[in-house]
Design a protein around this ligand. Structure first.
Ligand code: ZN
Ligand code: ZN
Length: 199
């Protein structure tokens, strides 16, 4: 065999070996919470659809601490759809990221936001929408919120402050066995929507 070819094959094998090693090591690390070292459950990022290396593995208590900070510091108003387990991400996206239909719906729904939280009477910024199954939630990007989650149940969204929203999210997370690949809280001052989604 030509010596150049042998060297090339050797280099490829070494390269693949190193890559496999890196991947395995990364996988072991990524199962532990980046904050406290406990087993990690979810990935946390600053914005939706972050690069894999920007998604931090966190245990549930550490994730909820981050979300509490995000939800309490956010300057806009958002509709929060209760997290359902079957979709891989639970993220905030500003209004401008959504379709015309959803932008209009967010305006209409948020116009009905009460000034105070239904649970604790602090100022309200969030409209909580109950969701129990993944099916209707998966249709929200195309069909909007009213037809998928509000019309059938006749439910009305609930006005909440940041802290009470995260408490409800925590209760929903508690019943889930699988983690989300990516969770991010609301950021900035533009109104938006938080929902479970599969990209
Ligand atoms: Zn932790
Ligand atoms: Zn509250």
């Amino acid at each position: 065999m030509h010596i150049g070819l042998i060297l090339l094959i050797a280099a490829v094998v070494a390269g693949v070996g190193a890559a496999v090693l890196r991947l395995t090591r990364k996988k072991v690390e990524s199962r532990l919470c980046a904050h406290c070292g406990a087993p990690a459950m979810h990935g946390y990022s600053k914005t939706a659809e972050s690069a894999v290396e920007d998604i931090v593995p966190l245990c549930v208590p550490c994730l909820l601490e981050h979300l509490d900070e995000d939800y309490c510091n956010y300057d806009g108003r958002a509709v929060v759809i209760q997290p359902v387990a079957e979709l891989p991400c639970y993220v905030f996206r500003p209004k401008s990221d959504w379709s015309e239909l959803l932008r209009g719906e967010l305006d209409t729904l948020l116009a009905g936001l009460h000034s105070h939280c239904t649970s604790c009477s602090n100022p309200a910024r969030y409209l909580w929408v109950n969701a129990l199954e993944a099916g209707p939630v998966a249709k929200v990007p195309q069909m909007g919120i009213t037809h998928t989650l509000l019309a059938a149940s006749g439910a009305r969204p609930i006005s909440l402050c940041g802290r009470c929203s995260v408490q409800r999210i925590a209760r929903s997370f508690a019943g889930q066995e699988a983690g989300y690949v990516e969770v991010c809280g609301p950021r900035g001052s533009e109104d938006g929507l938080i929902t479970a989604i599969g990209y």
